[in-house]
Design a protein around this ligand. Structure first.
Ligand SMILES: *[C@@H]1O[C@H](CO)[C@@H](O)[C@H](O)[C@H]1NC(C)=O
Ligand SMILES: *[C@@H]1O[C@H](CO)[C@@H](O)[C@H](O)[C@H]1NC(C)=O
Ligand SMILES: *[C@@H]1O[C@H](CO)[C@@H](O)[C@H](O)[C@H]1NC(C)=O
Ligand SMILES: *[C@@H]1O[C@H](CO)[C@@H](O)[C@H](O)[C@H]1NC(C)=O
Length: 469
């Protein structure tokens, strides 16, 4: 033990020279990951509210707060449903974009006066527009269903985080229909008051209910047929007029396609894609990938319903010890949910002071206001996987502030050097030193995993300089 410490001290002394020359602005808080970070969690969404909680499942919502920011906001919801349960038919005053985190979901919703049914599996994304009646089912025997969703309050009544209008229901929750006077309902349904009484008083279990054996079986059968329907999609759901038109135009389209390529294909896809299919986040090829991680973005051009909601989706995986280069979203506010792993996130105020520097772990939800600079860093021990929503369905071109594809590189020149008050040569050297782009290794923040270095990190006194290894 003693000799090891002596060795360490020797090593430290040897390295001190290097450290002195390179550790200039990092003399304080060197091993930040070990220290409690600033307690200010300004951009973590922590105010969680149950909007539904029953034996069969729950939905809770994290409400976003704008802080006077006039940019669009999204709330983030988490739905958990036990095996064999039903989220009863309802419509909302907010557009919902659901992402299946785990398990399998069956969703039914009314689209253009028809009941559209979709079978959603892990990674699927599906949009349910405000005002569309829908239900959700977890028909699995033993697997729970976990859904994460964005809830867009831009069309909401402002009564609550969002407002549900239940179609099905009874004593609890109440169906919107039950508010009418009995004679109106009797008239409307052409049914005796006695029968209607039965219909509107039975349900007492809340918005998420267990489905009993007989119901479960028939729901299951209902969705078993779905596969056939899905296959026949084009034929079954195409309106005849449309089909005719398409055929007449077919040769024209073919010709135009050869000239204009994708554009025509896009309109053709739109025709056959109704009601829209889901889009799977896990099946997509990364838009960006290097040794340190990858990222995927889904926007309106990949999944057309997003065009109407103006919401984009992204998914990022940083390998252990990697970081996103500091960047900004010039077009959108970004909401993120940590799916796996741990790490850290830093956000900077417009005036250049640090707004938040905090650890993040699975289940944490953060948001980054439009224009704010920020970066995420995976912890040294495990990858960091997060996904989320942005308030833009167009390509949300993030602007990188450092790295091989950064603004700084693009702006490189005497003006930039003068702006920093350094020589052009210095400027060029600094800006060009980073060879990687977008996702970067972090040897400085997180030393490589050799034994000696890890040991050092733990033994070195807090305010000692250890840069340069
Ligand atoms: C109401 O129901 C009766 C029979 O149950 C039927 O004869 C009658 O046509 C119905 N009225 C309407 C308006 O549907
Ligand atoms: C065929 O395509 C043309 C041009 O895309 C369009 O104007 C027309 O309405 C389509 N339908 C028929 C039946 O021609
Ligand atoms: C993320 O990357 C790590 C390797 O760094 C890999 O083991 C893991 O499977 C990836 N996660 C996903 C969801 O692809
Ligand atoms: C920067 O702006 C933030 C938020 O407006 C404020 O809290 C902070 O005190 C400012 N810092 C400086 C150094 O002006």
């Amino acid at each position: 033990m003693g000799s090891r410490v002596t060795l360490l001290i020797l090593f430290l002394v040897l390295c001190n020279g290097v450290a002195l020359t390179m550790g200039f602005w990092r003399t304080k808080g060197e091993d930040k990951e070990e220290e409690p970070l600033s307690s200010d969690k300004l951009f973590l969404m922590m105010k969680s509210k149950h909007v539904a909680k029953t034996d069969a499942g729950e939905m809770r919502v994290l409400e976003s707060y704008g802080g006077g920011n006039s940019d669009r906001r999204l709330n983030i919801g988490f739905i958990t449903m036990e095996p064999r349960s039903l989220f009863i038919p309802q419509y909302l005053d907010s557009t919902l974009i659901i992402f299946v985190r785990s398990g399998e979901a069956k969703v039914g919703f009314v689209y253009k006066d028809k009941l559209a049914k979709r079978h959603l599996k892990m990674g699927d994304v599906y949009q349910i527009p405000a005002g569309s009646t829908f239900y959700l089912v977890n028909i699995e025997e033993s697997q729970k269903l976990h859904i994460i969703c964005s809830i867009d309050p831009s069309e909401s009544l402002g009564i609550d985080v969002f407002q549900s209008f239940y179609i099905g229901g009874g004593a609890h929750p109440a169906s919107v229909l039950s508010g009418f006077e009995p004679e109106i309902l009797e008239n409307a349904f052409n049914e005796s008051g006695e029968e209607l009484q039965k219909l509107f008083t039975r349900q007492r279990e809340g918005p998420i209910v267990h489905v009993g054996d007989s119901h479960a079986t028939s729901i299951w059968n209902n969705f078993l047929q779905l596969k056939e329907e899905d296959k026949l999609e084009h034929i079954v759901e195409e309106e005849i007029g449309d089909e005719e038109e398409q055929q007449r135009n077919w040769s024209w389209r073919k010709l135009l396609e050869s000239v204009f390529g994708d554009e025509i294909k896009d309109t053709k896809e739109k025709r056959t894609k109704k009601p829209p299919h889901s889009c799977n986040l896990y099946d997509r090829k990364p838009d960006f990938e290097n040794n340190y991680g990858w990222s995927v973005a889904v926007d309106g051009s990949d999944y057309s319903p997003l065009k109407s909601s103006g919401v984009g989706i992204y998914h990022v995986n940083l390998s252990a010890g990697s970081m996103m280069a500091p960047h900004v979203n010039p077009r959108a506010t970004e909401y993120g949910i940590v799916l796996k792993g741990t790490g850290r996130i830093q956000i900077v105020f417009p005036n250049g002071s640090n707004a938040m520097d905090t650890h993040i772990k699975e289940g944490d939800v953060f948001f980054i206001p439009r224009y704010f600079a920020f970066c995420q860093i995976a912890s040294r021990s495990e990858p960091l996987e997060f996904f989320g929503f942005t308030t833009s369905a167009q390509r949300n071109k993030p602007q990188f502030l450092a790295g091989a594809t950064s603004l700084m590189r693009t702006m490189m020149g005497p003006e930039l050097a003068a702006a920093f008050g350094v020589s052009e040569e210095t400027m060029r050297r600094v800006v060009k030193a980073q060879h990687e782009a977008v996702i970067l290794p972090t040897p400085r923040v997180a030393p490589a995993h050799t034994h000696r270095e890890e040991l050092l990190l733990h033994v070195i006194p807090k305010n000692h300089m250890i840069m340069g290894f």
